[in-house]
Design a protein around this ligand. Sequence first.
Ligand code: L34
Length: 283
Amino acid sequence: MTILDGKKLSQKIKSEIKKEAQELKKEGITPGLAVILVGNDPASQTYVRMKKDACNEVGIYSVVHEFPETITQKELLSTIDMINENPNIHGLLIQLPLPKHIDTTKILERVSPKKDVDGFHPYNMGRLVEGLDTFAPCTPLGVMELFKEYNIDVYGKDVCVVGASNIVGKPMWALLVNKMATVDICHIATKDLAAHTKRADIVIVGVGKPNLITADMVKEGVIVVDIGINKLPDGKLVGDVDFENVSKKASYITPVPGGVGPMTIAMLLKNTIKAAKNFKEAK
Ligand code: L34
């Protein structure tokens, strides 16, 4: 059993990105990222702080726009318009989830597709499905990067993706199908989840339910990617997979923490560099 070590790979990617940021600076462009954070959800605050720290580490300029839970949709839209116009900012992300009174789709559609480093704009999602150059969402992109690092070729493999969200499951499906995997997407209405996971060469799960995937649900030698992040009452961080038992059957498995999470952040940096390069070329 090999651990898919996202923490280690993210460090390696960050050192490459640092060099690219330096190159861009020599050419007169400091890559810049803006993050919009609404409300005071502790997990969102943690992730945004981690994103800012990662930017500092690699030499990407970053600004966090923090707003109270009570911000209106109109105010949020005008902030996005302002950032879209700012030539020093190449990437913009709105940390999710947003408060209930805000129409998330409307907000995400306002982000310039050129600055959409999260890849959540329908324009970029459409390009992703068509296999065109685009910004792919950071979490599924990080999973593909882990596969590449460990020489896992998804061509012709049976992959089961558990979770059909717009930010994880659906873009994960697109990235895998574009690499010629056969992909099952399972979700809350799936009749027999185990029937799907059992026949899969690769199981990728991002639902937010501790111990959803147990050892009896996977085949011997399976590759398991755990995107779930759950905080137990005692403060311990776990994924959606019963790691202790599933790891005994797996050939490769990601840990939580230290698996997909750090890769998400590394891919955000990568997408920001890409946005800055695109900006440079368009000048
Ligand atoms: N717009 N909203 C937008 N983009 C995103 O890409 C995200 N996400 C998800 C929540 N909302 C978002 C993130 O950034 C989840 N997420 C995220 C990012 C990083 C980590 C986890 C989730 C991460 O690095 N986790 C660490 C543990 C961190 C801890 O100690 O809490 C890990 O090792 O898994």
